[in-house]
Design a protein around this ligand. Structure first.
Ligand SMILES: [Fe+2]
Ligand SMILES: [Fe+2]
Length: 269
């Protein structure tokens, strides 16, 4: 089983970056299931119906969210219509939608869970580890992918080692910066602290640099603008699993600019 997971998709630049190459990546790498984090897809904050549909039509099978899960309040109205849209499981006092989904891929159950972390996050949430134990006791046996949406790299690694061998993969999202620590843990869980983002390459985590500088350094009143111009990048990981043991056999980070595979810090391969 090979699963392709895209990091946070930011704005139209991110949606088009993904939709332009998704089918070719699926063919090139022999992908069986596509997962993407869509919490920033609608102009940087949240996900509206139109963009949810666009990601589905582009070929994203399961969409996860994060702390911006309700950046567009309209999600209350449509999140249950999309049976493979996953909002954070451990939210307090939010009754819409689902915190994990299980899909059948060639006869193998694949469960995808979305959890919010706690360190340096504003949201008050239920304990991710307690929630994960609850999910493992009720979800069907099979491959289990956890999108752990959090700021702290050490928090994500701690969670991954705690559940090593119990879940198939822990992939971090939220920081929009791909970390250079993808690995297989000793008991067979694939892990990366952060997958990174999909969107404008020359940007501050997807936002137009000048608008961020104005806002952060000069207290400018204008909100940060989404960066829609120029090169578009994709940060993702390929995850390989044994269909019998449900454990990971490999994790491979991917980085593309305008549809061309790249290595950070190098102009060309
Ligand atoms: Fe986030
Ligand atoms: Fe994000």
């Amino acid at each position: 089983m090979r699963i392709l997971f895209f990091g946070d998709i930011v704005g139209n630049a991110g949606i088009t970056a993904v939709s332009d190459v998704l089918s070719s990546l699926v063919t090139k790498y022999g992908v069986d299931l596509v997962i993407a984090n869509g919490e920033n897809a609608t102009r940087g904050f949240g996900l509206n119906y139109h963009d949810c549909l666009a990601l589905r039509e582009a070929g994203v099978d399961v969409i996860t969210l994060g702390n911006h899960w309700r950046g567009r309040s309209s999600i209350d109205d449509f999140c249950e219509e999309f049976d493979t849209l996953v909002r954070p499981y451990n939210l307090r006092d939010y009754d819409f939608g689902q915190g994990y989904v299980t899909v059948d891929v060639h006869g193998v159950p694949v469960t995808v869970t979305n959890l919010l972390g706690t360190a340096f996050m504003k949201e008050e949430v239920l304990s991710p580890s307690v929630c994960m134990s609850d999910i493992l006791s009720e979800a069907p046996e099979g491959i289990h992918i956890v999108d752990y949406h959090a700021e702290s790299t050490s928090e994500k690694a701690t969670f991954a080692y705690y559940f090593d061998g119990q879940v198939s993969a822990v992939v971090g999202t939220h920081t929009h910066v791909q970390t250079n620590d993808a690995r297989l843990l000793p008991q067979g869980t694939a892990f990366i602290s952060d997958v990174g983002m999909c969107g404008a390459y020359q940007s501050v985590i997807g936002f137009e640099p000048k608008s961020v500088i104005d806002r952060i350094y000069y207290g400018g009143p204008t909100p940060m603008q989404i960066s829609e111009e120029g090169e578009r990048c994709i940060n993702a990981v390929l995850l390989d699993f044994d269909d019998e043991t449900y454990l990971a056999t490999d994790i491979t980070p991917l980085f593309y600019i305008d549809g061309k595979e790249r290595v950070y810090g190098q102009k060309d391969l």
